[in-house]
Design a protein around this ligand. Structure first.
Ligand code: ZN
Length: 466
């Protein structure tokens, strides 16, 4: 059998450590060569002059078909990964959520079943531990053997997902012994519970009160607490969805003490604000996520933390709910399902509001959305345009504007947060393991092209940020 051969001719490769003009030869599922390349006999030649070639983006924080407050997030592995590909994403790491206190395996089996034969781009899983029982702690080794090398615990959502500090510490110790990564949703769940109860009692029930009952100190305190417990246990910690300078400062302080603590922020925390929650009616409810959107004053410091690599990833926390679901909390913000639809828009938003605005370089964008993310989460075959790696490549046209909006969206949700706006640049093609998945507005693959990726444990510390 002859493997398909494609030559991407005349583009400019963006790597984490610089940019250069080069052709990229793809043979089968892998990158075969990068440089000045004459087309081999039988190769399909694609003219990508004027375009940037980025390593396929990795979204290390998504929630497809996620159960939450008796509802389901609206993107499944079919629609969610179509939208991912349209946004230049070739691999996601989604969260499987423990539901049986005695087992993690049952949750992994459930999520594997949903994704198998459905996804258009590759996928892996983190395991969210919601009950750190001895059986669940024991099961962590089984997860690592199955390629699930990271475990998330919730310090908020009291009475549902939240764990106590002793449970967090025991999970961290086990992860440390296994060489795996611990992740936390860092908010002080007891404080949130108190403030939400008070607000509702006082009749403060509109969407903005979601944010006002989860003030910055609630996140910063939990971030600092998790970092201290990680430092004490010697665990490696990754703080998800950091929203504000106060929380990021706790991560940097821990790093300066020598603790193995890092984190991410998400696209929406860099471009949206608490004022979006003040929009009328269901529009305000669309922006409810936890931790909440903050004020504009946090944007510049967050970009700075991203630029310096204290926050080493920018993901999406994609978790879409439609207007009907969001409307259930029109009279009580605490009934609104948490989550925003962002998976398709990360690259375009980070390009315009990060690169074009002068906050980060194209190489830093590549690093924080692909190269360092691949290293941190044990995706050995991904993260750079290098011979031998998976041919996960985005052909990105910096001179091709594209309108945001439901009409151009593959996300299975009945609104678009950026409706009416236009991105200055757009994805022309997305290749996942050498196969053209997204092609100028169309999805070319059938469900099932995306494969499960068992992730390795190699979590390098002290990644030097470019
Ligand atoms: Zn999340």
């Amino acid at each position: 059998m002859t493997e398909s051969t494609t030559l991407l001719k005349g583009g400019r490769v963006v790597a984490a450590d610089g940019e250069y003009d080069a052709d990229v030869l793809v043979v089968g599922e892998q990158i075969a060569a990068v440089g000045q390349i004459e087309a081999p006999d039988g190769a399909a030649v694609v003219d990508v002059s004027g375009c940037l070639l980025l390593p396929g983006l990795i979204d290390n924080h998504t929630h497809l078909t996620m159960p939450f407050m008796g509802m389901w997030s609206q993107d499944d592995y079919d629609t969610g990964t179509q939208a991912a590909a349209a946004g230049g994403v070739t691999c996601i790491v989604d969260f499987a959520i423990q539901s049986d206190p005695e087992s993690l395996q049952s949750a992994l089996t459930e999520w594997q079943g949903r994704a198998a034969g459905t996804a258009h781009v590759d996928y892996g899983f983190h395991m969210a531990i919601t009950a750190a029982t001895p059986a669940a702690i024991e099961d962590m080794a089984v997860m690592v053997d199955a390629g699930v090398a990271s475990f998330k615990l919730f310090m908020a959502y009291k009475g549902a997902l939240m764990v106590r500090d002793d449970e967090l510490a025991m999970a961290m110790e086990r992860a440390r012994d296994l060489g795996a990564l611990t992740m936390v949703h860092a908010e002080n769940g007891d404080m949130v519970d108190l403030l939400v109860t008070r607000a509702r009692g006082e009749g403060n029930t509109s969407a903005v009160h979601h944010a006002l009952t989860r003030p910055e100190f609630v996140e910063a305190e939990a971030t600092g607490r998790a970092a201290r417990i990680a430092e004490y246990t010697g665990a490696s910690l990754f703080v998800v969805h950091v929203t504000c300078a106060a929380a990021a400062a706790e991560i940097e302080a821990a790093q300066q003490r020598g603790a193995r603590v890092s984190g991410e922020t998400c696209t929406q925390y860099l471009v949206n604000t608490i004022d979006d929650l003040r929009r009328p009616g269901v529009e305000g409810c669309r922006y409810i996520c936890s931790p909440p959107l903050r004020d504009t004053a946090n944007h510049a410091p967050l970009w700075d933390y991203v630029g310096r690599g204290v926050l080493e990833s920018v993901s999406t926390d994609h978790c879409p709910f439609n207007d009907e679901q969001k409307s259930r909390g029109l009279d009580d913000f605490s009934l609104v399902p948490n989550g925003l639809p962002v998976i398709q828009h990360r690259l375009a938003k980070l390009w315009d509001e990060g690169v074009m605005a002068g906050h980060i370089t194209p190489s830093q964008l590549v690093d924080r959305t692909s190269t360092t993310v691949a290293r941190r989460f044990g995706l050995q075959a991904k993260g750079s345009i290098t011979p031998g790696k998976d041919a996960d490549i985005v052909v990105f046209d910096p001179a091709a504007p594209r309108a945001y909006g439901v009409a151009n969206s593959f996300m299975n949700v009945d609104y678009d947060l950026y409706e009416g706006e236009t991105a200055s640049a757009s994805v022309r093609h997305t290749y996942c393991r050498g196969t053209l998945v997204y092609d100028q507005g169309e999805i070319r693959t059938a469900p099932g092209h995306g494969k499960y990726v068992a992730r390795s444990l190699s979590v390098p510390e002290a990644v030097t940020a470019p």
